[in-house]
Design a protein around this ligand. Structure first.
Ligand SMILES: NC(=O)c1ccc[n+]([C@@H]2O[C@H](COP(=O)([O-])OP(=O)(O)OC[C@H]3O[C@@H](n4cnc5c(N)ncnc54)[C@H](O)[C@@H]3O)[C@@H](O)[C@H]2O)c1
Length: 383
C-alpha cells in the first residue's frame, strides 16, 4: 500500500470558487483525509502548485494552509513536468487561452464551467484535447447535490416507470443594489462582461438533463431582462444588459419534456432554491438541493375539479420524504476524487471537455432561440 504523489497546478486559487470550493473544501480536504483511495490499495496524494495574479493574496493563502509552492507565472508553472494536472478556476474569459497552453504543455485538464465563452471556442478546446490525447474533466457539481443523488437512486431503481416530464424552478430575488446591496457580482447582469442567467445556468442544466434524463434534441427559450437598472459594488447605477430570467423548454430524445425556469427576479415560495418535479407513469418526485419527496402511483390521490367548493385535501401531505440513508460528502471534493481516479486508473468518466462544450452550446442555442423566437434542434455532437 504505497502513497503516490500527484502534482496539481491550481490556477485561480484566490477566487471565490478556486479558493473555497476547490482548494479548501476539496484538495486540502483530500490531503487531510490521507489522499484519494485507489483500487489497488494505494493512495494518491495531491501536491499543489498555486497560481494567481496577486502575489500578496497567494502568499497569504499559502501561509494560512502551510503550502510552499506558488507562483504568479502560469507559464513557469506549466513548464514544471512534475505537475501533470492543470486546474482552472479563473474568470471565464481567461479560460480558453490558459487551457490551450495547458493542453500544449501536455497536462491533464480539470476546469470550472463554462469551458469557454463561445461554443466554437469550447469545441475547439475539446478537439485540441482529443488530438493531443489529453485527459480532461469539467466541473458538474449539481449532480452531487444530495437531492439529485436521491433522484439518481430513484431513477436507477425504476421508481418513475416512464419519465414523462420534468419541471425545474431555479432562482431567488437578487437585490438591485440600491437600498440593499446585491448578493451577486454586478458583472452577472452585464452581457458585455459575460453575464446572464443563460450563460451561467444552461451549462449546468445541460449535464443535469443529459446525465439524469437523456439527450436534448431541441430547445425553445424565452429570456428576459426583467430589471434593467441595477447598482454595482460601488453603489453606481448601471444598465443591466444581460438576461436575468430564462424560461426554457427542452425536448429529449426519449420523448421526455423538460421545462426549466431560471430567474434572479423571483421570490421563493418553495422549500429550496432549486427544485425539480419529475412525473413518471409509476410515480413522481420533487427534489431540491437536499430534500426529495415521492408519490408512487399506488398512493396518488384522485382529485376532481370543482372550483365551486373549497378543496380541503392536503396535497403536500400525500408525499413521502426520501431518507438520506448515507452521509453525503462535499460534491466538489467527490468530483475531484472521481476525476483523479479517472486520470490515474482510467475509470469511465463522461464529463470531459466535449461534455463541457455541449453545455456551452446549450447556452448559446438558448440565447439564439430567444433572439429568433423559435425552437432550435441540437445534433449529436461528435468530438
Ligand atoms: N460550478 C459552479 O457552480 C460555479 C459557481 C460560480 C462560478 N463558477 C465559475 O467559476 C469561475 C470563477 O468564478 P468565481 O465566482 O470564483 O470568480 P472570482 O472573480 O471570484 O475568481 C476568479 C479568479 O480569476 C482571477 N482573475 C480575474 N481576472 C484575472 C486576470 N486579469 N488575470 C489573472 N487572473 C485573473 C482572480 O484573481 C480569481 O482568482 C467562472 O468561470 C465561473 O463561471 C462556477
Amino acid at each position: 500500500m504505497a502513497q503516490r504523489r500527484i502534482g496539481i497546478i491550481v490556477n485561480g486559487a484566490s477566487g471565490r470558487m478556486g479558493y473555497r470550493q476547490h482548494l479548501v473544501r476539496s484538495l486540502l480536504a483530500i490531503r487531510d483525509q490521507g489522499g484519494v483511495q485507489l483500487a489497488d490499495g494505494d493512495t494518491l496524494m495531491p501536491d499543489l502548485l498555486l497560481v494567481g495574479r496577486n502575489e500578496e493574496k497567494l502568499r497569504t493563502i499559502a501561509e494560512r494552509h502551510g503550502l510552499e509552492n506558488w507562483t504568479t507565472d502560469v507559464d513557469a508553472a506549466l513548464e514544471q513536468d512534475d505537475y501533470e494536472v492543470y486546474f482552472d478556476a479563473l474568470v471565464t474569459n481567461l479560460r480558453l487561452d490558459n487551457l490551450k497552453k495547458a493542453i500544449a504543455a501536455g497536462k491533464a485538464i480539470y476546469t470550472e464551467k463554462p469551458t469557454a465563452e463561445t461554443f466554437e471556442d469550447a469545441l475547439e478546446l475539446a478537439r485540441l484535447a482529443k488530438d493531443a490525447g489529453t485527459v480532461s474533466g469539467v466541473v458538474h457539481d449539481k449532480l452531487y447535490l444530495p437531492g439529485l443523488l436521491k433522484l439518481r437512486r430513484l431513477i436507477d431503481a425504476g421508481f418513475f416507470g416512464e419519465i414523462l416530464s420534468v419541471r425545474g424552478e431555479f432562482g431567488y430575488w437578487v437585490y438591485e443594489g440600491d437600498w440593499q446591496a446585491a448578493q451577486r457580482p454586478s458583472w452577472n447582469y452585464r452581457s458585455e462582461d459575460g453575464g446572464g442567467i443563460v450563460a451561467d445556468m444552461f451549462p449546468h442544466w445541460n449535464y443535469v438533463i443529459e446525465d439524469l434524463f437523456g439527450r436534448i434534441v431541441d430547445v425553445y427559450a424565452q429570456t428576459a431582462t426583467h430589471i434593467g437598472t441595477r447598482w454595482d459594488e460601488q453603489g453606481r447605477e448601471y444598465a443591466a444588459t444581460a438576461d436575468d430570467a430564462a424560461y426554457g423548454i427542452f425536448r429529449l430524445e426519449n420523448g421526455t419534456v423538460v421545462q426549466m425556469n431560471s430567474s434572479w427576479d423571483v421570490r421563493v415560495h418553495r422549500d429550496e432554491l432549486v427544485e425539480f418535479q419529475v412525473d413518471g407513469t409509476k410515480g413522481s418526485a420533487v427534489v431540491g438541493l437536499h430534500g426529495a419527496r415521492i408519490q408512487p402511483r399506488e398512493a396518488t390521490p384522485k382529485p376532481v375539479w370543482n372550483p365551486d367548493v373549497r378543496d380541503g385535501h392536503d396535497y403536500r401531505g400525500d408525499w413521502i420524504e426520501v431518507p438520506d440513508n448515507e452521509v453525503f460528502d462535499n460534491g466538489f471534493k467527490v468530483q475531484w476524487e472521481d476525476f483523479l481516479r479517472h486520470y490515474v486508473e482510467g475509470r469511465p468518466y463522461p464529463f470531459d471537455l466535449l461534455a463541457g462544450a455541449r453545455g456551452v452550446r446549450l447556452a448559446e442555442i438558448g440565447l439564439k432561440s430567444a433572439a429568433e423566437g423559435r425552437r432550435i434542434e441540437l445534433d449529436v455532437l461528435e468530438g
